[in-house]
Design a protein around this ligand. Structure first.
Ligand code: X8Z
Ligand code: ZN
Length: 613
């Protein structure tokens, strides 16, 4: 099982503890009985055995997690807690066993797989059955609290996150925005105590496996030491921060034009409830408020989809068709039978979009689709996961994953960068391509999502890394969250926050324990992929107008990278498709270069930037 959207990636190394202990004890030697078994032989046998375990038990977890995400009940939660406990026990057993071979000289694949087993769990427990059970109960409870979370305003119906997301996307009523912003954050304070305990247990587990803390364990998943990865993330942010600051400066004034005093702060920060998104993470929804006369893309994708009468299935079919135009096989029939595309009216489901690989043949997405441009993009995002999962199924179990998790998040987004005016004309959604005068509008709209997202995606794990390392103590959880959001994003809460709040918990990936650095990396990588693909296609115009739709040569090269899964260090995969071995912000900067020039002209003479207290 490998579910990339729903925060249980760490459970992909799955199964039951008793099985492993039993199995390791009974393990057949892989060499002739007369030969002396070396440590390297044992390591190989151990890896083969672990892979057989995953193959057998992965689908079991996949089905249980799917049922819970689609039918949230006392019983499905009970089952998830049980499976989580079993998987954590298994993962810890395997990691401990793998550590025994740390100093043994091994062939490339065995070493790579052994190291991967050592890092297999997102949240390892210590080898203590009581703590393992407690951790599983806590993580299941956190997820359940989020999924069931509702804000009930004084008047009207209670609102789930998906309802508030809608309101914040469309409402321009400052009082209403503030009310629902604050209201959604009433779901998370009950998570705080459990979160503290979860951090304690997971750190104990990580330390038992030789990692400094759980954050260090996460950072070691990038084929480099944890400290080097911290520096790598800082380096990439340093490349793109000036572009973000230009966007921030421009948008801030537009917010003041729209909301007056409510948008004005002494610090120069933007109040977080005004940006069209419940977490201020992507700002595309406020495009109409920030576009000026000379920033008109000439069309609105949501409107085009609605006018053309697209329904949810047609949106997904259109996404799938992009991939098949590149030469990929269509998704199997079961994808259409078993996926969830619309929000059921009669029960609670986890609406946060996700992509699933239940058993290497059974791929699904789970999404409560609205007919919007935003969801059209998200469909491509999710399908990117599914096509990646299917491409790397040729690999053995431990290699069935993204080159790193940022690659997994980048594939569908990279494809969606090809939803250009020209492509929309080919689909028959648009009559004709707008001319070059539309470019700034197109880029501004894109930047509100892609550039605004960069500091947000950095902050989520900057916070968690500090929490796991102990640099941020529980009594400062909320203050530290806002200190980081202010520092990197230049956004500020619209109402006073204290330690009675637990605002990180109001973001899905925190209770869901999905590491978030992957999305930051994906936003850098997707532009590298796009640029490389357009170069391959011989595209000579501006890169934001390039669509690789129908280009089978690009598809073949893409497939070659996807098929590698995680069998090689990620720079090898990156090189296979782009010819470079480094993650690099220059592709995203080149894409937005005309906008940067335009923004800087608009910002001329303004006092840009913000101060943090
Ligand atoms: O969680 C997701 C995907 C599933 S992997 C829908 N995303 C992040 C988010 O919603 O916060 C995609 C962009 C960032
Ligand atoms: Zn994703």
């Amino acid at each position: 099982m490998n579910n990339v959207g729903a925060g249980v990636v760490g459970l992909l190394l799955g199964g039951a503890a008793y099985w492993v202990v039993d199995n390791v004890a009974k393990m057949e030697p892989t060499v002739e009985p007369t030969m002396v078994s070396t440590a390297a032989d044992e390591a190989r046998a151990f890896v083969a055995d672990a892979e057989a375990t995953f193959e057998e038990l992965g689908p079991y977890a996949g089905h249980v997690f799917w049922i819970q995400a689609n039918f949230f009940t006392h019983d499905s939660n009970w089952l998830v807690a049980k499976v989580s406990e079993e998987f954590t026990t298994l993962g810890v057993e395997l990691a401990i066993e793998a550590s025994r071979y740390n100093d043994v000289e091994l062939d490339f694949d065995t070493r790579r797989k052994i190291d991967s087993l050592r890092r297999g769990l997102t949240l390892p427990a210590p080898s203590d059955p009581e703590k393992t059970k407690e951790l599983a109960a806590i993580t299941t409870g956190l997820g359940a609290t989020y999924a069931a979370g509702k804000y009930c305003p004084a008047e009207g119906e209670c609102l789930a996150d998906i309802d508030i997301i809608q309101i914040m996307a469309n409402s321009r009523d400052e009082a209403e925005l503030k009310d629902v912003w604050q209201g959604w954050r009433t779901v998370s304070p009950p998570m705080r105590e459990d979160y503290v305990r979860m951090v304690e247990i997971a750190n104990e587990g990580s330390q038992e496996l030789g990692f400094a803390d759980t954050g260090a364990l996460w950072r070691e998943g990038y084929d480099m030491p944890a400290d080097e990865f911290t520096a790598e993330a800082d380096r990439l942010w340093g490349q793109v921060a000036p572009l973000y600051e230009s966007l921030h400066c421009y948008v801030r004034d537009k917010m003041i034009d729209q909301y007056g005093e409510a948008a004005q702060t002494d610090s120069g920060m933007i109040p977080a409830h005004l940006l069209g998104n419940i977490w201020a993470q992507q700002w595309g929804n406020i495009f109409p408020l920030v576009a000026e006369g000379d920033a008109d893309p000439g069309y609105d994708l949501t409107q085009l989809l609605v006018d053309a009468g697209y329904d949810e299935i047609q949106m997904v079919k259109t996404g799938e068709n992009f991939f098949t135009s590149l030469g990929f096989e269509p998704m199997p029939e079961t994808f259409w039978e078993r996926s969830l595309f619309t929000k059921p009216q009669d029960r609670t489901v986890q609406c946060h979009a996700s992509a699933w690989d239940i058993d290497s043949t059974d791929f699904r997405i789970k999404m409560c689709i609205d007919i919007t441009g935003e969801d059209f993009n998200t469909i491509h995002h999710e399908l990117g996961h599914n096509f990646y999962q299917r491409a790397y199924k040729i690999q053995t179990q431990i290699y069935q994953g993204g080159a790193h998790d940022g690659f997994h998040e980048a594939i569908g987004d990279f494809i969606a960068l090809s939803i250009t005016p020209n492509y929309l004309v080919q689909l028959g959604l648009l009559d004709e391509e707008p001319d070059a005068a539309a470019d700034i509008g197109l880029l501004l709209s894109q930047a509100l999502d892609k550039i605004a997202f960069l500091p947000f995606s950095l902050v989520v794990d900057q916070w968690r890394w500090k929490v796991f390392s102990g640099e941020v103590a529980p009594e400062n959880y909320n203050a530290a969250w806002w200190a980081l959001r202010e520092q990197y994003q230049g956004v500020t809460p619209p109402v006073e926050r204290t330690e009675a709040n637990f605002d990180p918990g109001a973001k899905y990936h925190i209770p869901g324990n999905t590491p978030y650095m992957r999305y930051f990396l994906a936003h850098i990588l997707q532009f590298q992929f796009h640029k490389a693909a357009c170069d391959m296609a011989g595209w000579e115009g501006p890169v934001h107008r390039c669509s690789i739709y129908g280009n089978q040569e690009v598809g073949t090269r893409l497939n070659a990278m996807l098929e590698m899964g995680q069998s090689r260090p990620w720079p090898d995969a990156l090189e296979a498709f782009t010819g470079t071995r480094q993650m690099d912000g220059s592709a995203i900067l080149a894409y937005f270069e005309p906008l940067k020039v335009w923004l800087d002209a608009k910002n001329a003479g303004k006092d840009c930037g913000w101060t943090v207290s």
